[in-house]
Design a protein around this ligand. Structure first.
Ligand code: ATP
Length: 663
């Protein structure tokens, strides 16, 4: 029986994102291979591939990232397919006798589904499987060719030595890992992607924002990459995100989980009569092994169309393909028209305006962190983000400090903490004004403290607190804003353009709607005023509110969790401790201004930085200036000693060289 690719509607798709992503990757991989066949000049075939991808993107069939960002992963699909074909050819040359009870197709299936180790002479694949691990496609040198496998293709395990888990958050886990080449320790965040839509565009858009950030008060980002991973998916109760209890509207989204390798990309024998198919809704090609024949039949009866019934399309396809080798100059529309006949209409609606507006790139994947769940193996994409390692954060610092200091702090300590706050403001100013982003999850735990040897840009002086004691030594510390997992691009939403923005295109009060509100303690009440679609209105002023609370925590040491809870609850009602208001009038005014109920009444970050309210407290005391001058002088002296030493050594080397030359 001839094999037919069958196009059909899937009325009730299961885990569409995972299937769609794999389907699109596979499609892009095949398309690229075709382009290489049509033009042997690598440059030209690349151009051809890009042109077609662009066309398909304009038609909403293939997302942009399948062209560039996912090219590495696309290659593993090509390799896997290539080696699968080699394996099939090998079997064909083995001349299976017709009387044999095992057909070639059965043999191929067996080899792809059982642990068969082929002899090196056969120059083909080993296929492994075990109940607990995914099947692995290995070449004879043991290279893992399975695009879903992590072991050999993992940039992370190839390049890094994982040292320890730094912690788990709502979106993934962060590890301290040493780079094998440069020897530096980094923080590497692993996020199992969990996307709403069929596109990774949001992920890449936001990662690109992170990559462009360059400010001493923002955690330094080094790189990010995607890997197929075989992870243990946990399937049970969600680990509560800080906001999940107060925000029932936060939706659990479809996960980017695809079923294990073999069922998704299995190859059927003729006798199995289970055609490969192109999933119409998802625009994906699925080589599927169906176990319930009747179900397949009935679905096909309802809505499937075989490719043979679209013969005109097929004809067109060949003509367009033939032409395409010489049509690299053709207009996109022309090619669109030709490909149009081949294209299956997507039954799912295109992303709505709101979808585009909601740009948080890490949709919550609570399961990833759920220790109580029942594990089951599944396949997914993992996003790795390599960042600067910051061993300390403000939450831990405040905890240590609060064990030692109580209110009122000395004016020197108050000044130190106001300087720390000012440096944090500089980082947020950069995020808002230069990057046009809203962090929306500012809290002490997301403000890291990096140690500096000298007075670097963005650094401040702080006392160290350890074991319930304050050390007299002051050290330079640079506060760094991190965890951009909920970041929103102000420019993305059309709703960001409000009448109040005046001359500025995207004013500080411009609102974007999202489905995640950040951490409840630091989130203002306006995030509870949902729009008609149950989404949270977010503006820059959400960050200002969080910073108002942080400022209070910096200036008012609280010993116990209960005291903190009571004080912060009161602050949210606009009430500050009496002793605090009496002692720190300007700072109290600033905090109440920043935490005003009406977001439009809150100052922008630049207004705060220019405000006398902060300047009065935030100016450097003579004590600090003197200390800093001492440190800078000491560093200068050390430098000049090193320079002298260096000169001496150079002279000695020169003398030795001269002696050698004489000999
Ligand atoms: N650059 C970094 N250096 C050192 N530790 C880090 C770094 N980034 C994150 N961490 C630590 O890793 C842990 C998890 O961080 P992550 O940002 O994933 O979650 P979180 O901020 O704790 O929670 P959520 O993401 O839900 O807000 C935290 O304990 C955090 O302090």
């Amino acid at each position: 029986m001839s094999r037919k690719a069958v196009i059909r509607h899937r009325r009730n798709p299961v885990k569409p994102n995972g299937y769609a992503s794999h389907g699109k990757l596979l499609f892009a991989a095949l398309l690229e291979t075709f382009c290489q066949l049509y033009d042997s000049d690598p440059e030209q075939s690349r151009k051809l591939f890009k042109l077609i991808c662009q066309t398909l993107r304009n038609m909403g069939i293939l997302d942009e990232e399948y062209m560039d960002e996912l090219s590495g992963i696309r290659m593993t699909y090509q390799n896997a397919l290539h080696h699968l074909i080699i394996q099939a050819k090998q079997i064909m040359h083995e001349d299976v006798p017709p009387s044999s009870s095992t057909s070639s197709a059965d043999l191929l299936e067996q080899r792809t589904s059982q642990s068969l180790v082929l002899s090196p002479r056969q120059q083909t694949l080993q296929l492994n499987s075990s109940p607990s691990t995914p099947r692995m496609l290995l070449d004879l040198e043991g290279r893992d060719l399975n695009p879903w496998s992590t072991q050999r293709n993992s940039r992370y395990s190839n390049d890094f030595d994982e040292k320890r888990l730094l912690g788990k958050g709502g979106f993934g886990a962060v590890y301290q890992a040493q780079h094998k080449v440069d020897g530096v320790d980094y923080a590497v965040k692993k996020i199992h992607l969990n996307l709403h839509h069929y596109s990774y565009s949001k992920v890449f858009r936001e990662i690109k924002s992170l990559a462009r950030m360059d400010h001493p008060n923002v955690v330094r980002y080094f790189s990010s990459w995607l890997e197929h991973s075989s992870e243990t998916k946990t399937q049970s109760t969600n680990m509560a995100h800080p906001m999940s209890s107060t925000h029932p509207f936060e939706q659990e989204t479809d996960d980017l989980i695809v079923e294990p390798y073999s069922p998704t990309l299995s190859f059927q024998s003729d006798t199995a009569e289970e055609p490969s198919r192109v999933d119409e809704e998802l625009g994906e090609i699925v080589f599927e092994k169906s176990t319930t024949r009747n179900e397949t039949d009935s679905e096909e009866d309802d809505s499937s169309v075989t490719l043979s019934s679209t013969s005109s399309s097929t004809d067109d396809s060949s003509s367009s393909s033939n032409d395409s080798s010489s049509v690299t100059q053709s207009s996109l529309e022309d090619i669109e028209g030709r490909i149009g006949n081949l294209v299956l209409h997507q039954t799912s609606p295109p992303p709505s305006e709101h979808d585009e507006e909601e740009t948080g790139y890490f949709d919550t994947d609570h399961n990833a962190c759920d220790g109580l769940a029942t594990p089951s193996p599944s396949y997914r994409l993992t996003l790795y983000i390599q960042m600067q390692l910051c061993p300390d954060d403000m939450a831990s610092y405040l905890e240590r400090r609060n064990r030692v200091l109580s209110f009122p702090m000395s004016s020197f300590q108050t000044q130190l903490h106001l300087n720390l706050f000012r440096a944090i403001l500089q980082g947020v100013l950069y995020v808002h004004e230069v990057m046009h982003l809203i962090h929306r999850d500012l809290k002490p735990g997301n403000i890291f403290l990096a140690q500096s040897k000298v007075d670097e840009r963005g650094s401040v002086l702080l006392n160290t607190f350890r074991n319930g004691e304050q050390s007299d030594d002051l050290t330079f510390v640079t506060p760094k804003i991190g965890d951009f997992g909920l970041v929103l691009d102000r420019r993305m939403g059309s709703r960001a353009l409000t009448p109040s923005t005046g001359g500025r295109q995207f004013g500080p009060d411009a609102v974007i709607f999202s489905n995640n509100a950040g951490t409840s303690t630091y989130a203002p009440s306006e995030v509870h005023a949902l729009d008609s679609e149950g989404r949270v209105p977010i503006s820059e002023k959400v960050d200002v509110y969080a910073l108002g609370i942080i400022l209070f925590e910096l200036l008012y040491p609280m010993r116990t969790g209960m005291e903190r809870m009571v004080c912060l609850r009161k602050l949210k009602q606009g009430i500050l401790p009496e002793e605090f208001v009496k002692q720190l009038v300007c700072e109290s005014t600033l905090i109440l201004w920043m935490t005003a109920l009406d977001p439009k009444k809150r100052p922008s970050i630049s207004t705060i930085l220019q405000s006398d309210l902060l300047y009065k407290g935030g100016g450097k005391s003579t004590e600090i200036i003197a200390y800093e001058a001492d440190r800078v002088q000491a560093a200068d002296m050390e430098n000049s000693l090193l320079r002298t030493e260096n000169m001496k050594l150079r002279a000695e080397i020169e003398a030795l060289r001269a002696k050698l030359r004489e000999k």
